[in-house]
Design a protein. Sequence first.
Length: 57
Amino acid sequence: MANTLAFAEEDVDPFEDINRTVYGFNETVDDNLLEPVSRAYKDHVPEVAQDGVSNFF
């Protein structure tokens, strides 16, 4: 078990910084754009129209 822990501490993800940056960007876009748009769509578009869009896709 000690060897596994030592290995895990040395294991470095070379893409960690970019992954964290992209994740943060995605969370920001989701929270500030996609979530409000989807909520407005659900609250204001008639169910019949939503069904039509759903059937199209």
